[in-house]
Write a new protein. Sequence first.
Length: 221
Amino acid sequence: MSSVNTTDEVVGEIVSIEGVVKWFDPVKGYGFIVPNDGGVDVLVHHSTLRRGGYDILYPQAHIKCTIIQRQQGFQADKIIAVDNSEAVIPTGNPRPTAILSDITDVSDFQQAEVKWFNRVRGFGFVNVEPDGQDIFVHMEVLRKASIEALVPGQYVLVRFGNGPKGLMATDVKRIDSGMALAGIEDDNYLQDGNEQPPLVDDTPPATENETSPQTEQDVDR
């Protein structure tokens, strides 16, 4: 991650600018903006993006932000808006430029099963229904819920809505894999401070004619 110093003394006033992203390297954790009115390039650090709810910037994206002047030069202080209509976005890159912005029609919490999740790449997908539409889950949403990773086959509670690239999760809450939401019609239990939904016993009742399971000794015979 970046070794750029973002804590040195502020030597100028905070001003608002509009510009174009020159480049941004998520590995280094910083990039630069070219102001529309000319002047020197403006440093934008990953920590500034995260404060504004953004995760990455793409070259040629239009950006509006406030900047401050530090001893090392001008630096973005607050991201106001990002327009990716002319941005150069790598083909097949599923990473959203904003984690929660531009997501509409957000649902209540629903139970979903993890389809797959790649911690290194920082995203994965869950499904509310078997073979249903994939719901994109980004690592930043998990971090907000203090969840480090998801495991395929795991059940979670998820809020989701319509994002720029399909369904996207806005909130995730961990539950045990054996839990179900039968009889739960809303998320009041979450607001009341309950950590988990009630357990549902879905074990079928035993019958008189039920055959006992084989033991290792039976198999040996």
